[in-house]
Design a protein around this ligand. Structure first.
Ligand code: DP6
Length: 371
């Protein structure tokens, strides 16, 4: 695998101070990534819808360290402060420090700046929505904005590719949060340009039924997850069904590619729901086993099935690594399904909370200042 293309070009002009703000979205996988090898290489290809409303806004302020500090080669350290929703957040620091460690070969300029990271999410902090995808993709975009200032010849295409490459090293699914509305991550023979190193936009024309596809996220459990994704991925090592699962996921991605192009909504529904339940089946058959779904997750799934057959609807569900349910449906059903959710599904949510979202286009720059 050619990672040399991501090594930073020699610097043209150091700058003293810069500040960049990016808004990057969360995403929801249709074919799931579950299982990886080092360094953050997925065991199978995955595809996700990029979301629009669920996002992180991150500002990184860069201040060049004084020469006296820079000259001390032996003291090469990454210096940063982290604020989340205005408050210093030292408990998030180890994950970000690990991220900087993984990317330092590709972004050696991070040693030269003091970085202050300010981050906030559009969704409630304890909503059970993973913020690592949007959070790490936002930092990756801010780093690429700095890199563009330092090495001005970078194209937008390269910036997106390298941002996804960097984000992946922080959290696998974050590689799918730079672009939209559909992103594939993981090498796959039927997806042109796909790679294990970064996410790529789904390269084929998508049927109109999937335009502005809706995703309502039902917040079933807003507490801390008992088992993190990172631990869950590790449990796929020596998992008795792992090899079959990876093979199945790759086959499913090929099938999903055709479905998305042809607009076969019935096949879409069965594949998406099967992927969600297979992901949780992997968790339930890990050693040690675990269950992230809650009783209300199952209540909601059954209600969705009843509604689908009674109303001849194209509604379906998917799950990520938690108890929350993503309700997916075409835009044409928006009004009716929103009523159904408000009247019948909200009752199963923590404090009746749910978030209305739809597919989006990816990262957006909000501010770019250099001095
Ligand atoms: C179930 O990307 O959170 O949401 O790479 O360890 O950070 P790390 O894991 P993460 O895993 C996401 C798993 C998933 C499925 C998916 O998004 O494809």
């Amino acid at each position: 695998m050619n990672t040399d293309q991501f090594l930073a070009k020699s610097q043209l002009k150091p700058i003293d101070k810069a500040s960049f703000t990016w808004q990057t979205p969360s995403n929801i996988a249709l074919v799931k990534y579950w299982g990886k090898s080092n360094p953050q290489i997925p065991k199978n290809a995955s595809i996700s819808f990029t979301l629009h409303n669920c996002h992180t806004i991150t500002t990184v302020d860069f201040a060049r360290k004084p020469h006296s500090e820079l000259d001390l080669e032996s003291e090469k350290v990454v210096t940063f402060n982290l604020f989340f929703e205005g408050k210093q957040k030292d408990d998030f620091k180890p994950k970000i420090a690990e991220f900087f460690k993984r990317i330092q070969t590709y972004c050696p300029y991070i040693f030269e700046y003091k970085m202050t990271i300010n981050s906030e999410n559009s969704f409630p902090h304890s909503s059970g929505i993973a913020s690592s995808a949007s959070g790490l993709s936002a930092i990756a975009m801010c780093l690429m904005s700095l890199e563009k200032e330092l090495c001005a010849e970078l194209s937008t295409e390269f910036i997106h590719k390298k941002a996804s490459f960097l984000a992946r090293l922080g959290s696998g699914s974050a590689s799918r949060s730079i672009e939209g509305p559909l992103v594939v991550w993981g090498e796959h023979s039927e997806i042109e340009g796909s790679s294990d190193l970064f996410g790529v936009q789904f390269p084929y024309k998508v049927h109109s039924v999937f335009e502005n596809y809706q995703d309502v996220i039902l917040l079933v459990d807003t507490g801390e997850k008992q088992v993190s994704s990172t631990v869950g991925h590790k449990l796929m090592i020596n998992h008795p069904f792992a090899e079959n699962r990876f093979k199945q996921a790759n086959e499913n991605l090929g099938t999903m590619s055709k479905i998305l192009q042809e607009g076969n909504i019935k096949d879409f529904i069965s594949l998406v729901e099967s992927e969600a339940l297979t992901l949780h089946a992997m968790m339930m058959t890990s050693n040690p086993y675990f269950i992230l779904m809650k009783p209300n997750t199952l209540e909601i799934i059954n209600k969705i099935w009843e509604y689908r057959s009674a109303e001849n609807s194209a509604i379906c569900f998917t799950l990520d690594a938690g108890a929350n349910v993503h309700v997916l449906f075409p835009e044409r059903e928006k009004e009716k399904v929103n009523e159904f959710i408000k009247n019948e599904l909200a009752l199963y949510c923590d404090n009746n909370q749910y978030l209305c979202d739809q597919v989006g286009v990816g990262a957006k720059m909000l501010l770019n200042e250099r001095y």
